[in-house]
Design a protein around this ligand. Structure first.
Ligand code: GDP
Length: 365
């Protein structure tokens, strides 16, 4: 399963955020694991479309989809030189599929900041520098090997060499690998390098409770946002400590608390949805009968493989998929109306799934 790793300097609120996530997840009705790695938290993906589908095509229950966050503890300056837990830290990041980069965006004299002052953009750059240095090391090592092989005119080696030579100057200029435009073939090669700065990133400013309802009121958040946008990335603000408190409340208290804060839903929901998207994940639904259920697939997945997510038999015996778009059901108000409008489609093996598809798979057993 794909996982998003929570990364940041010490004392910025990573554990607090991770606790909020796991507490929210611990309440999940269908918690899929009895024992789970303490650094891995499952979350439900909040999706209002489920309620609407349930309203129009009633089933016994609603089952949201889930995905994983991984808590990555302990980066310090010098991680790329193996200082402290440096190597382990970088290794842990290597194993996640996207990075949720948390920075401190709250003032609190009681909580020490590792560099002595709250400066979120400086914090981001400290970590990005470590990741960039580690990548440059990896690229240089790889270059040494590949250059030898490329002398023998090995085609694969030559292709790899070209990609490495494209990456190296970018890293040397202090920019991440994800800022480079690669064509499809190059992308495959880059994937094999497992470079840290090639992973998609979301910047999260941990703002104070006062700024919860409107992060843009925080000057720190503004700085993070500006930096993120300069890289073509997204930033969101979240009040981690408050989110942890909210996650502990029962539904009625939660609603009261959110109303008092002047927000519609926990900030955590925004973070979860943004991370889900960051990982390239999308949702299709099955409806009617026992469950109204959301399923996660990787963007670009075709119908038979999507069917296989439900059950391997569905993929093996795939015949066709009957599909309607959520938006059509929502607009037209009933399955019957969707049919009458000619918007219930029959799709075959080559159909690429689209976010919000409501699907009935037909298969041979
Ligand atoms: P980590 O080292 O990044 O995992 O940081 P922690 O989650 O352990 O947080 C460090 C300290 O900051 C703890 O004492 C938290 O209670 C506190 N903290 C975390 N988020 C906030 C926040 O939004 N506001 C304030 N005032 N304190 C926070």
């Amino acid at each position: 399963a794909l996982t998003a790793g929570i990364v940041g300097l010490p004392n910025v609120g990573k554990s607090t955020l991770f606790n909020a996530i796991t507490k929210a997840g611990a309440e999940m009705a269908n918690y899929p694991f009895a024992t789970i790695d303490p650094n891995v938290g499952m979350v439900e993906v909040p999706d209002k479309r489920l309620d609407r589908i349930q309203e129009l095509i009633p089933a016994k229950k609603i089952v949201p989809t889930t995905f994983e966050f991984t808590d990555i503890a302990g980066i310090v300056k010098g991680a790329s030189k193996g200082e402290g837990l440096g190597n382990k830290f970088l290794e842990n990041i290597r194993q996640v599929d996207a990075i949720v980069h948390v920075v401190r965006a709250f003032d609190d004299d009681n909580i020490t900041h590792v560099t002595g002052k709250v400066d979120p953009v400086d914090d981001i750059q400290t970590i990005n520098l470590e990741l960039g240095i580690a990548d440059l090391d990896a690229v240089n090592k790889r270059l040494g090997k590949v250059q030898r092989a490329a002398k023998g005119k090995d085609e694969e080696a030559l292709a790899e060499l070209a990609v490495l030579n494209k990456i190296k100057p970018v890293l040397e200029a202090g920019k991440p690998v994800r800022s480079i435009d690669f064509d499809e073939d190059e992308q495959k090669i880059v994937k094999g390098f497992f470079l840290l700065t090639s992973k998609p990133v979301l910047y999260v400013a941990n703002v104070s409770e006062d700024d919860m309802a409107d992060s843009t009121a925080s000057k720190y958040f503004q700085q993070v946002k500006e930096f993120a946008e300069s890289e073509g990335e997204q930033a969101i603000g979240i009040a981690a400590e408050t989110e942890e408190e909210i996650a502990e409340l029962d539904d009625a208290d939660k609603a009261d608390f959110l109303e008092a804060e002047g927000v519609e839903e926990p900030g955590l929901n925004k973070l979860i949805r943004a991370s889900y998207k960051l990982l390239g994940l999308e949702t299709f639904f099955t409806a009617g009968g026992k469950e109204t259920k959301a399923w996660t697939y990787l963007k670009g997945t075709k119908a038979p493989q999507a069917a296989g997510i439900i059950h391997s038999d569905f993929e093996r015996g795939f015949i066709r998929a009957e599909v309607m778009a959520f938006d059509d059901l929502d607009k037209l108000g009933s399955e019957q109306a969707v049919k009458e409008a000619g918007k219930l489609r029959v799709e075959g093996k080559e159909y690429v799934m689209s976010d919000g598809d409501i699907v009935n798979f037909r298969f041979n057993v």
